[in-house]
Design a protein around this ligand. Structure first.
Ligand SMILES: NC(=O)c1ccc[n+]([C@@H]2O[C@H](COP(=O)([O-])OP(=O)(O)OC[C@H]3O[C@@H](n4cnc5c(N)ncnc54)[C@H](OP(=O)(O)O)[C@@H]3O)[C@@H](O)[C@H]2O)c1
Length: 320
């Protein structure tokens, strides 16, 4: 199965990013399960893998890549697109490059294809955990942290750099100081949280939007049922002989966005990439445009509850 890709600005001039990637975030990580899921995904056709220091998924992902090369499932590491993320505790001028070196060691790689700022906030250096204690949080110095991200690209440790969870206002701040603009902004995106304004802003600035939790992360600690239980999506799926998951993923693809979706089940992996040989109709769009918009994780605490709760919504809005 050929997965379409988009060209990113990168240290190599142009770097192709497959528009569907496999996510690796789970509540409780079983390293062996993740490793065999990645190998299955490579067999199914996935070439883009999304990891993060926070997920503790770098090591098993790296082992799976080494195994896939040994088995000849891919001829060279260059056939894969590997992303990982800078955690808040490392979001300080002098800690960014060492953090990426550690991630590369975990992944057994010489470079990643994409290094992303995970959240637009810093925390005191220390243990990587989530939620973060309130007294540990610090505002991010965008200018110096982004300069260090640029160093990562210039040093060849990553082919491209980007961000996650940045609002238009935060992107404006970042762009005002950036020498290398972010190649992507990875954010929650689905027919139930369409982020129209942000997508338009990113398009105007040449930043590719990548959707996370495209199925609402149903069943996850940070997730919601509102995508998989959406009546409108159910009706469209039934009428078209597709699954609800495929309708949601197809809608994202038709917006020109990339996406990362997670299932460790082979049948679902296949289902999730089978979205490129059909399209949504005008009638489908008329219905999808009517879906009530709601962020999936509005009330999730970003800081632990030994102080007033601060939600992801407040972080997004710039109140913390
Ligand atoms: N940058 C960020 O801040 C950020 C935040 C969240 C996530 N992410 C990244 O985005 C990736 C994807 O997002 P996510 O894991 O939060 O949520 P998701 O991909 O929307 O949802 C994952 C859930 O959907 C189920 N699922 C997958 N395919 C399905 C299908 N075809 N039909 C029915 N259910 C299906 C999975 O169940 P089974 O496992 O049972 O198949 C799993 O419970 C993450 O793994 C992570 O890499 C990034």
């Amino acid at each position: 199965m050929e997965i379409p890709s988009v060209v990113l600005s990168s240290s190599d001039g142009s770097r192709s990013m497959p528009l569907i990637g496999m996510g690796t975030a789970v509540h409780v990580l079983d390293e062996q399960e993740l490793k065999s899921a990645v190998i299955k995904a490579i067999k199914v056709g996935y070439r883009n893998f999304d990891s993060a220091k926070l997920y503790r998924s770098e090591k098993p992902l790296g082992e799976a890549i080494a195994e896939a090369l040994k088995l000849g499932l891919v001829q060279s590491r260059d056939e894969l697109f590997i992303a990982t993320k800078l955690w808040c505790t490392d979001a300080h001028r002098d800690l960014v490059v060492p953090a990426l070196h550690q991630s590369l060691k975990n992944l057994q790689l010489e470079y990643v294809d994409q290094y992303l700022i995970h959240w637009p906030i810093s925390a005191k250096p220390g243990i990587c955990k989530f939620p973060i204690d309130k007294e540990e949080l610090l505002p991010m110095d965008f200018r110096s942290v982004w300069a260090a991200m640029e160093d990562c690209q210039r040093l060849g440790l990553t082919k491209s750099i980007g961000v996650c969870n940045f609002s238009c206002a935060k992107l404006e701040t970042l762009l005002a100081h950036a020498t290398i603009p972010p190649s992507v902004n990875q954010v929650e995106l689905s027919p139930v949280w369409q982020q129209k304004k942000l997508r338009e802003f990113c398009e105007a600035k040449g930043i590719i939007v990548v959707a996370y939790s495209p199925l609402g992360a149903k069943g996850m600690r940070w997730g919601t049922n509102q995508v998989m239980d959406c009546q409108v999506l159910k009706e469209i799926a039934e009428a078209r002989g597709k699954t609800l998951a495929q309708v949601s993923l197809r809608w994202i693809y038709e917006q020109g966005a990339g996406l990362v979706v997670r299932s460790f089940k082979e049948e679902r992996m296949k289902e999730n990439i089978s979205i490129f040989d059909w399209s949504l109709s005008k009638e489908d769009y008329d219905k999808i445009n009517q879906i009530k918009q709601q962020r999936g994780m509005p009330k999730m605490a970003f800081v632990s509850p030994n102080g007033p709760y601060k939600s992801l919504q407040q972080l997004w809005d710039g109140e913390i």
